[in-house]
Write a protein that binds this ligand. Structure first.
Ligand SMILES: *[C@@H]1O[C@H](CO)[C@@H](O)[C@H](O)[C@H]1NC(C)=O
Ligand SMILES: *[C@@H]1O[C@H](CO)[C@@H](O)[C@H](O)[C@H]1NC(C)=O
Length: 363
C-alpha cells in the first residue's frame, strides 16, 4: 500500500487510546454490483466501467468517477444522510489510514450472486472476493485501532448489499438458450440463486455485519435496455418481470428465516422494485418527462449499447428516471433512498433505515 500508514497509525493509536472510538462513529460498507460500485472497476482490466464522460456530468466534480450515474448513486446518498464522506472504492490506493474508519466500498460492476455471472466483463470482483477484501480490510484496521475496536466498528456499521439483477440480465437471459436457462427452469433458477445468496449473507454475518440492507432486484424488465430489446410498444418485458416477481418474495422469506435463525433483525429487505415502479408507472407525478427513454444512449429508448461520449445526451438529467440503459438517474436514486430511509413495509421490511438508526442510537 503506497500510503503513509505508519504516521497515521501512530497518531490514531494515541487518539483512540485516550478517547476510545466516538460513540457516533458509524462506518458504512457496500457490496454488490454496478448499482452501488463507487469506482472499483477503474482499477481493473474490465469492459464494465464508467470512466469516461458523460458519466459524472452532475457529480460535484463534473467528472467521471467510475460510478454508473450522472451524479450521486445510492451509497453516496446514504452516506450523505449519515453525515459522512462517500465511501471510497476499496481498490483506491488512497484509501488508507484514518480514511478506512468511515468504511469502504467493495462493489464491482457486472457481478452477481453466481461466479459465472458477468464472465464477459473479464476481471471483476466477484462476491466471494469482495468478502475476502472485507476480511483484509478488518486486518488493516485492526493494525490501526486494535482488533476489539475494529470488531465494534464493524458490528455498528451500516452495510448495503445489492446483487441479483446481473444473474438474470447478464447470465440467464444474456443470450437465448444460455447455459443456465438450459440447466434450470426459471423457478428453479430463482430457488438456486436464493440458496446461494443465503450463504453469502451468512458469511457477511460471520464477518461481523449486524445491520445489513439487502436490495431485491429492481425493475429489470422495464429498463431502457430491455425495452429496446424486448418491447414492441414500451411495455415492460414479461419474462424479466416474472423473474422479479419470483425472486423478491423468496428473498424476503430467506431473510426472515436468516433473522429467525440469528435471533435478531440483522437483514432488512429493501424492495427497490416497488420503489422504482412508483415512478415508472407514473413518471409525471415524480417530475420526470419519461421513465422509458434513457438520458444517455442510442437507438430505441436510447437503450442500445452503452452511454459514451458519442451518445445522445439529454440536457436536463433530473427529468429522466433512467440515466443510461440500465441505471437510474441521481434524481431517481434520491427517490429510492428516501424510501430506504422512511418507507413503510411495502418498501422496507421489517423496518426502515430511520428506525434502525433511532434504535441503535438508544442502544
Ligand atoms: C465461487 O468461487 C469461489 C472462489 O473460487 C468459491 O469459493 C465458491 O464456492 C464459488 N461459488 C459457487 C457457487 O460455485
Ligand atoms: C419509517 O420511518 C418513519 C420516519 O421517517 C417512521 O415514521 C415510520 O413509522 C417508519 N415506518 C416503518 C414501517 O418502520
Amino acid at each position: 500500500m503506497a500510503c503513509i500508514r505508519l504516521v497515521f497509525s501512530l497518531i490514531l493509536l494515541a487518539f483512540f487510546a485516550s478517547k476510545g472510538i466516538e460513540a457516533d462513529t458509524r462506518a458504512f460498507f457496500v457490496f454488490g454490483d454496478s448499482l452501488v460500485d463507487n469506482g472499483n472497476n477503474n482499477y481493473l482490466i474490465t469492459t464494465a466501467r464508467a470512466d469516461s464522460p458523460p458519466y459524472g456530468i452532475d457529480y460535484p466534480t463534473h467528472r467521471p468517477t467510475g460510478q454508473f450515474s450522472n451524479g450521486l448513486n445510492i451509497p453516496d446518498l446514504i452516506s450523505e444522510h449519515l453525515g459522512m464522506e462517500p465511501t471510497e472504492p476499496y481498490l483506491n490506493p488512497l484509501l488508507c489510514g484514518k480514511k478506512l474508519l468511515v468504511g469502504a466500498n467493495f462493489a464491482s460492476a457486472g457481478v452477481g450472486i453466481l461466479n459465472d455471472t458477468g464472465i464477459q466483463f473479464l476481471h471483476i470482483i466477484r462476491i466471494g472476493q469482495q468478502l475476502d477484501y472485507f476480511k483484509e480490510y478488518q486486518t488493516r484496521v485492526a493494525g490501526l485501532i486494535g482488533s476489539e475496536q475494529t470488531q465494534s466498528l464493524v458490528n455498528k456499521a451500516i452495510v448495503l448489499i445489492t446483487l441479483g439483477g446481473n444473474d438474470f440480465v447478464n447470465n440467464y437471459y444474456l443470450v437465448p438458450f444460455s447455459a443456465r436457462s438450459r440447466q434450470f427452469s426459471l423457478p428453479d433458477y430463482v430457488r438456486y440463486l436464493i440458496s446461494e445468496y443465503r450463504k453469502v449473507l451468512r458469511k457477511l454475518y460471520d464477518l461481523g455485519a449486524r445491520r445489513v440492507l439487502v436490495t431485491g432486484t429492481g425493475p429489470m424488465g422495464c429498463v431502457p435496455a430491455e425495452l429496446a430489446q424486448r418491447s414492441r410498444a414500451g411495455e415492460c418485458s414479461v419474462e424479466l418481470t416474472r423473474a422479479t416477481e419470483l425472486y423478491n418474495p423468496q428473498l424476503n422469506r430467506m431473510l426472515t428465516g436468516l433473522n429467525a435463525e440469528l435471533g435478531a433483525n440483522v437483514f432488512v429487505a429493501a424492495n427497490t422494485y416497488n420503489m422504482h415502479m412508483d415512478f415508472i408507472t407514473n413518471p409525471q407525478a415524480y417530475g420526470f418527462v419519461t421513465s422509458k427513454i434513457a438520458c444517455c444512449g442510442q437507438g430505441p429508448y436510447n437503450g442500445i449499447g452503452l452511454c459514451t461520449p458519442l451518445s445522445n445526451l439529454c440536457p436536463n438529467r433530473d427529468l429522466y428516471a433512467f440515466w443510461d440503459p440500465f441505471h437510474p438517474s441521481e434524481k431517481a436514486n434520491r427517490i429510492v433512498v428516501q424510501q430506504i430511509l422512511s418507507g413503510d413495509n411495502k418498501y422496507m421490511y421489517p423496518m426502515n433505515l430511520t428506525t434502525i438508526l433511532a434504535m441503535d442510537s438508544r442502544a
